[in-house]
Design a protein around this ligand. Sequence first.
Ligand SMILES: Nc1ncnc2c1ncn2[C@@H]1O[C@H](COP(=O)(O)OP(=O)(O)OP(=O)(O)O)[C@@H](O)[C@H]1O
Length: 232
Amino acid sequence: MENILQFQGISKSYGSKKALQDVTFSIGAGKIVGLLGTNGSGKSTLMKIAAGLIQASAGTATVTGVQVGLETKSLVSFMPDRPLTESWMKVRDAIQFYKDFYSDFDSEKARRMLDFMNLNERDRVSTLSKGMNERLQLSLALSRNAKLYLLDEPIGGVDPVARTKILDAIVEFYSEDSTVIISTHLVRDIERIFDEVIFIKNGSIVMQEEVEDLRIRHGKGVDDMFKEVFAE
Ligand SMILES: Nc1ncnc2c1ncn2[C@@H]1O[C@H](COP(=O)(O)OP(=O)(O)OP(=O)(O)O)[C@@H](O)[C@H]1O
């Protein structure tokens, strides 16, 4: 099976703070993967390295076998935990902005997603609620034709109704030959959509399992396993 994302011995420090320590894993094509860890465990750092936004202090990261850098930017669509859009924009300006910026942006798909999300192209980004803004950011990220989608806390801080809508949209609109990695600590709400999970604790990977194997091997769901691994 083709590796979509591979990390080999990746470490990252911010000054004396070690955010990632000797992280090695690989993820195949056609999966929705949960990157699960408590606050400060290194999830955003890992995603930013995969997206080519920050550099690792040591190790190698590849996307479809290509070392992360300029060439992989067109393969990876990243939804950061803070919006990339500007507050003066209307929803349609945000779409145009992405279209201008990314040659792989599919405007037709964006329109279908906006419709599904109950977003109006005339709405001003600054007036959107947090949940509606997350819906917009997700629509923008998933409307690119990428190999790898990195969604950093797509359901952070939104109500259960918005969460369900966002998760339904991911399942509905992701294309099955790509891979989606979703970071979160809100495991219970989201575990139903994962094929595979990676647990990250204090900057190290402590578990990577197919969800089905986890159930068979440990007789537990992802949320129970998460609570056990991260118990303090
Ligand atoms: N720019 C930075 N400068 C210094 N330390 C940083 C920086 N970014 C992250 N860190 C530290 O690195 C560690 C990992 O942070 P990271 O944001 O990757 O974790 P996270 O799992 O995404 O956390 P959260 O769920 O709270 O967003 C944390 O201890 C954090 O304080």
